[in-house]
Design a protein around this ligand. Structure first.
Ligand SMILES: [Zn+2]
Ligand SMILES: [Zn+2]
Length: 125
């Protein structure tokens, strides 16, 4: 492929917005994104706004992931706590608290595992 402005120059790459061939003179490189652009301001805007979207998506992703990790820890902690209480009541008390406490423990355990599985579905940042 040749440069779309300088027809005799071999293109070094293509503009990632409009797909036109670019020679060395025509190429503008976005190093942080590792993409090439032609000189058209429309293409620059396109690439920059897309980069903003990518950054925003990464930011949100990180927050959601952190939130899931927190929920996993919290749920597993509560599950553990209720399991301990359940055993404690089972050993020390004749009242029937143990089964319902054990059920709570199980519920927290399951929702902790579920949160962990949901977190895995999110794309890596
Ligand atoms: Zn372009
Ligand atoms: Zn050129």
């Amino acid at each position: 492929m040749n440069c779309f402005v300088h027809r005799h120059e071999t293109s070094l790459g293509i503009c990632c917005a409009c797909g036109k061939g670019l020679c060395e003179q025509c190429t503008y490189e976005y190093k942080e994104m590792n993409v090439l652009s032609c000189q058209a301001s429309k293409c620059h805007e396109h690439i920059q706004s897309r980069h903003q979207l990518v950054l925003e998506a990464k930011r949100i992703n990180a927050i959601v992931k952190k939130d899931y990790a927190f929920r996993v820890v919290l749920n597993l902690f509560l599950a553990f706590l209720f399991a301990v209480f359940s055993v404690f009541y089972y050993v020390t008390s004749s009242e029937g608290f143990a089964p319902s406490l054990a059920t709570f423990s199980l519920i927290f355990f399951i929702s902790g595992i579920k949160s962990g599985m949901n977190a895995k579905k999110w794309p890596k940042t």
